[in-house]
Ligand binder design. Structure first.
Ligand code: SF4
Length: 169
């Protein structure tokens, strides 16, 4: 079995102290499984209301749980908490499957063995992708189909290896 060791978009941001201490990030709110509700910084319950299943432009459908604060009226923290129009309540859109994936990744990166592999990967592998994108302008495949894509990336990686070889000799 292979273990995916790749971060998601907001991972590095989430590790920052500023993010962890921000009381308006819903990820920092206390969650009660029994009532399926979060508690916001103003002490209000933000409860599950309904499911939403939007389809994106590629046709992929996701399921979100929509939570809504019980009472945002006259909240002294409103300006820092939400851009919702006056009279509207703060809502949260939670994609449970995605949250579970993120939790899995966070746990893996905290483990000593997998965390060390990930740190090494950043040194060994990611500079190659950086070079491909920034110096060779290889930001997307120009062909379709597995074998053609393998040829495409094979040629690009060969160019990277030749460059390394030339630099050594
Ligand atoms: S605006 Fe609503 S959700 Fe935000 S802190 Fe105030 S009561 Fe809570």
């Amino acid at each position: 079995m292979r273990t995916p060791l790749i971060t998601y978009g907001n991972y590095l941001n989430e590790q920052k102290r500023k993010y962890k201490k921000d009381p308006f990030k819903s990820g920092n709110w206390a969650y009660d499984e029994k009532s399926d509700a979060y508690t916001c910084p103003n002490g209000q319950q933000v409860k599950f209301k309904y499911y939403s299943n939007p389809t994106d432009k590629t046709g992929f459908q996701r399921t979100f749980k929509i939570y809504e604060c019980e009472n945002c009226t006259d909240c002294p923290l409103r300006k820092s908490c939400t851009n919702a129009q006056e009279g509207k309540k703060r809502k949260l859109m939670i994609n449970e499957k995605w949250e579970q994936q993120k939790e899995y990744i966070r746990a893996k990166l905290l483990e000593e063995k997998t965390g060390a592999i990930y740190r090494q990967r950043k040194i060994d592998v990611e500079p190659i992708f950086g070079f491909l994108k920034a110096n060779l302008g290889f930001t997307r495949f120009s062909v379709r189909g597995k074998s053609k894509v393998e040829n495409d990336i094979g040629l690009a990686l060969m160019a990277v290896n030749l460059r390394k070889y030339a630099a050594r000799s």
